[in-house]
Write a protein that binds this ligand. Structure first.
Ligand code: XMP
Length: 596
């Protein structure tokens, strides 16, 4: 890795899932942030305005735990350690960290002990913070003073005012820490970083694109997602329609009217160079008789590559003829943090596979959004004139509805069915979950109550206790269509156009109801899933999976107001072929956001 950009605030990634969240928050405070691995040499960090050490799941005493270069203390820039970072600072600077017996996880009240600390400017004496730790700092390093505590954690904050080194045990980057942004803002200002704003980026990026592309032309695959659409619009705005060509492959697995809406959004901006290739027939043909989720993903990915290659050859978009490849890669796709590396769902990002990496090294790829976070991409999209509804859409997986249509040849039930006290039904399909470090492939259990649109509080609690207690289950659902368990009829099914069309309609209903209830912006993502069983021959079921999340690493089931749940359920049951509706109550972990 090269040296950091002068004046940036560098986040050293000590694991967990926090580095990008901190980096993003720093950007929102108007400073440029970069993520680097924890062990980055201090030499490479010269020029940084400040350093933040992120949280992480390990103990400073554990073998292999992140150990930043102690020469960072010689750089003379402000340093802030958060959670693991706080403990590492104490450990590295000759304080004491005591291994904790139990892990404290959750909200706490933080009391400021030294209100004159710069970290606490404009904050309250007491405020809510989010704790997640096992170990604890017990003795301050020489030169430090004790500036804050909680009921259960004495040294919840410390500082060396001379060297401008700070440590906080709580996560100030999460929204649960009510004054976290003010504290982070105080630190950022102290660093006197180079300013960062989207206006500044927009002004610079045009020149950068022109220099990088030179007299070549850019070919771009537009997926329909926000990132590639914004990148395509930006390239068109800077280079003009004659020097850009877009290709959108219609896989047949996109949402209702998605292809049409993309066309309309671009037409509005005078962008007429997007070729839409309807390859849905080919996708459904290749998916015939495929039931295994991973196999399905592979077939979708391979078909996509085949179509893209064939069409780009047909359109003569060759490197030899002066074409380079444009990609909508964004910052988190380029920097794999310890959190994303160990996360179950992210492997090498598809924009960074070997063949593309080789092209990048030859200077054949342009990625104009590679320094931006998602919210920045969205803001840029709006600035470029894309409709706000379009740029603020929920994340949608690459294989589209393909991972939301469960396929099975025969019903499956756990070998031993544990009986529960509540009225319930074990669903005859399995779904993916994540428990401990591994993925699980287990059954969901649906619970029933008399009032079908009001989820009893006890059911929400069961969503945590049941998967912990009963091995066979990794998800807990609430049935919003039936007050008691009906008998189920399983219908074998793979991925067909008919099923995709049915799910498209269901998904559109949910989308519409969510927007009209003004819940779209509150809910982070809302997969709608089709299951191959119902109460009649050929009948199918729908699972609603609304979640609250930050960056998808963990998630909570988002509550749906009873009226919304009732209305959505009624409209879904009115679709021909939909017999049952369920609301997924499971967090991630033990569930995942998607069902496959
Ligand atoms: P999970 O289901 O692992 O999902 O909790 C986390 C986030 O990743 C998205 N996701 C995918 N995105 N290709 C993608 O491009 C995939 O195969 C895929 N699987 C899951 C998911 O929608 C959620 O935002």
């Amino acid at each position: 890795m090269s040296s950091v950009r002068p004046g940036s605030i560098v986040v050293l990634d000590c694991g967990g899932q926090y580095a990008h969240l901190i980096g993003n928050r720093v950007r929102r405070l108007g400073a440029f942030s970069e993520i680097r691995i924890a062990e980055t040499k201090a030499q490479e960090l010269k020029g940084a305005a400040g350093i933040i050490l992120s949280g992480g799941p390990q103990s400073v005493y554990e073998e292999g735990s992140p150990q930043p270069d102690r020469a960072i203390f010689g750089l003379g820039v402000p340093i802030l350690g958060i959670c693991y970072g706080h403990q590492w600072l104490a450990h590295a600077l000759r304080g004491t960290v005591k291994p904790g017996k139990v892990k404290e996880y959750g909200s706490a009240v933080f009391h400021v002990l030294e209100p004159d600390s710069v970290l606490f400017q404009s904050t309250s004496k007491s405020s809510g913070v989010w704790m997640s730790h096992g170990d604890e700092v017990t003795v301050l390093p020489p030169g430090f003073r004790h500036i804050g505590k909680t009921e259960t954690c004495f040294v919840a904050a410390m500082e060396d005012p001379l060297r401008k080194i700070f440590g906080v045990q709580f996560h100030l980057e999460v929204t649960h820490t009510s004054e976290g942004m003010t504290m982070l803002g105080n630190f950022v200002r102290l660093c006197k970083p180079a300013p960062w704003s989207m206006e500044g980026f927009s002004k610079r990026i045009g020149e950068q694109i022109k220099t990088e592309v030179g007299d070549r032309k850019v070919f771009m695959l537009v997926s329909g997602g926000v990132d590639s659409s914004v990148a395509f619009t930006l390239l068109n705005t800077v280079l003009g329609v004659d020097r850009v060509q877009g290709l959108l492959v219609d896989t047949g697995l996109m949402r209702k009217d998605e292809v049409k809406n993309i066309g309309v959004a671009f037409d509005h901006l005078g962008i007429s160079n997007l070729h839409i290739e309807d390859a849905s027939e080919e996708f459904f043909r290749n998916l015939e008789g495929i039931y295994d989720p991973e196999e399905k993903r592979k077939v979708i990915g391979q078909t996509f590559l085949d179509v893209q290659k064939r069409v780009s050859e047909r359109m003569e978009l060759r490197v030899e003829d002066g074409w380079m490849l444009g990609q909508g890669t964004i910052y988190p796709d380029t920097i794999e943090t310890k959190g994303t590396k160990h996360a179950d769902h992210i492997k090498t990002h598809h924009n960074r596979v070997a063949a593309i990496q080789a092209m990048i090294e030859k200077g054949l790829v342009i990625e104009p959004l590679k320094d931006l976070y998602k919210d920045e991409v969205r803001a840029l999209g709006e600035e470029l004139g894309l409709p706000s509804d379009f740029v603020w859409r929920h994340p949608f997986p690459g294989p589209g509805l393909g991972v939301r249509i469960l396929c099975a040849l025969a019903p499956s039930l756990p070998k031993e069915i544990d009986t529960l006290d509540l009225p319930h039904l074990v669903l005859p399909v399995q779904s993916v979950g994540v428990q401990g470090d591994g993925r699980t492939y287990r059954h969901a259990v649906a619970l029933f109550a008399e009032k079908t649109s009001e989820v009893p509080d006890a059911f929400r609690a069961s969503a945590t206790t049941i998967p912990n207690a009963v091995r066979a289950f990794n998800r807990v659902l609430f049935c919003s269509s039936h007050a008691s368990p009906p008998s189920l009829v399983f219908t074998p099914g793979y991925l067909t156009r008919e099923r995709a069309d049915l799910l498209r309609e269901a998904d559109a209903i949910v989308d519409e109801e969510l927007r009209s209830a003004e819940l779209y912006a509150v809910i982070w993502q809302f997969p709608v899933v089709l299951l191959p069983f119902g109460t009649k021959e050929g009948g199918q079921s729908i699972v609603l999976r609304p979640v609250e999340s930050q960056e998808a690493m963990t998630a909570n089931a988002a509550p749906l107001p009873p009226l919304v749940l009732r209305r959505v359920t009624e409209r879904l049951l009115a679709l021909p072929g939909i017999d049952m509706v369920f609301l997924d109550l499971t967090s991630k972990p033990p569930g995942t956001i998607e069902w496959e």
